[in-house]
Design a protein around this ligand. Structure first.
Ligand SMILES: [Zn+2]
Length: 216
């Protein structure tokens, strides 16, 4: 088996998930150069309605953007596990918040069927495995929405997601502190809407974390 692994590595060498350079034997997931130069997201000053606190791991530009586009549109599903592991590390380093339930912003069934996977679910599940608290579904997307990136303004983004999510089991989240995972936070309209729905259903508090954001 080891021999077969070696052959596989020759034809499909592990590459940096950010710059796609072939990794050296001592590097894992991200090459040393990217690790050194990646732009970390600062503590956000901007508040997101209904969200107690939020943080992002990376700034959404350059190689991070390309990496996330490959993940979503070229089905590089292994990236999800890596993002999740790194997000768990980010959570632990920041001592970000206490939570009872780790969950994620779901995509619609229509989009999931088309893409073959829910890219945020994979990240949350991997993060949960790393932290020892399995990620649990709490929300369902009940309305297919247009892409948030195609919306002209913050008001359009808010309107686009209003009423698009529902809580799966209100009893399961009553009085609970929720940590909500998303892949990208731009204006925050989506996580805000999810938090609003969770709070209305009885959650005690909602905090949010994402892989990348471009909105400080
Ligand atoms: Zn790299």
């Amino acid at each position: 088996m080891k021999f077969l692994h070696r052959i596989y590595d020759i034809f499909f060498p592990a590459k940096c998930i950010l710059c796609q350079k072939v990794l050296r034997s001592e590097e894992t997931d991200i090459c040393n150069q990217c690790r050194t130069h990646i732009e970390e997201f600062p503590t956000p000053r901007r508040k997101i309605s209904f969200v107690a606190r939020w943080t992002s791991m990376w700034y959404y530009n350059d190689n991070v953007r390309y990496s996330m586009l490959r993940y979503k549109f070229y089905r590089m599903s292994a990236y999800g596990q890596v993002y999740g592991r790194l997000l768990a590390m980010h959570y632990s380093t920041k001592h970000f918040c206490d939570y009872d339930i780790l969950t994620w912003v779901p995509i619609s069934n229509k989009r999931k069927n088309r893409r073959g996977f829910d890219q945020v679910e994979l990240i949350a599940v991997s993060m949960g495995q790393e932290l020892g608290t399995p990620a649990a579904p709490t929300l369902k997307k009940i309305r297919h929405t247009k892409k948030q990136s195609s919306m002209q303004s913050s008001a359009h983004r808010k309107a686009n997601v209003l009423g698009a999510y529902t809580v799966l089991n209100p009893k399961a989240i009553a009085g609970k502190r929720i940590l909500l995972i998303d892949d990208i936070i731009t204006t925050g309209s989506t996580v805000s809407e999810c938090a609003r729905v969770l709070l209305t259903a009885g959650a005690k508090e909602v905090s949010a974390m994402c892989v990348a954001s471009n909105n400080k």
